[in-house]
Design a binder for this molecule. Structure first.
Ligand SMILES: NC(=O)c1ccc[n+]([C@@H]2O[C@H](COP(=O)([O-])OP(=O)(O)OC[C@H]3O[C@@H](n4cnc5c(N)ncnc54)[C@H](OP(=O)(O)O)[C@@H]3O)[C@@H](O)[C@H]2O)c1
Length: 130
């Protein structure tokens, strides 16, 4: 991702949670926020899969903690938020990126597929905001 916006935003001293940072768009957004000065809370359903990215963020000179989060589970959301606040003492930014898709032609999507996609992408995001 280009650094074309460097200098436009200064997020020094801010703490950002970016959910779903084990791969994909979440990593792009977390990297951009770190380059703008923010410290990062990284999440995945498996903390181990965040190890390399956490090292990358720390390499940018930011603080980072990796936490487990499954957005379909309220206890997991509340636990992640509590641990994040404990780690940094403040939370300023939430990027509700975590989600999943089942890539199929629309008419092939099953009821079970739909019930996997919807809780992860819609209901859960609202609860993460709380
Ligand atoms: N890429 C696109 O073209 C596109 C288009 C429209 C919308 N989106 C949305 O943008 C977001 C990111 O897309 P992407 O392409 O970067 O997806 P991706 O590569 O599949 O990454 C999804 C991320 O979400 C996490 N995740 C998945 N299910 C989760 C759950 N139940 N609880 C917590 N974390 C979960 C994954 O972490 P773990 O598997 O490690 O837990 C991973 O880090 C998604 O919400 C997607 O629906 C993407």
């Amino acid at each position: 991702m280009s650094d074309g916006n460097a200098g436009l935003f200064d997020l020094s001293g801010r703490v950002a949670i970016v959910t779903g940072t084990s791969r994909g768009l979440g990593q792009y957004m977390a990297r951009a926020l770190a380059k703008a000065g923010a410290d990062l809370v990284l999440t995945s359903r498996t903390r181990e899969s965040l190890r390399a990215f956490e090292a990358e963020i720390k390499g940018l000179g930011r603080r980072a903690v990796s936490l487990e989060l499954d957005v379909r589970n309220l206890e997991s959301i509340e636990g992640m938020a509590a641990e994040a606040e404990k780690a940094f003492g403040r939370l300023d930014i939430l990027v509700n990126n975590a989600g999943c898709n089942v890539r199929k032609p629309a008419l092939d999507v099953t009821w079970d597929d739909w019930n996997l996609i919807c809780p992860a992408n819609d209901c859960a995001r609202i609860w993460t905001h709380h």
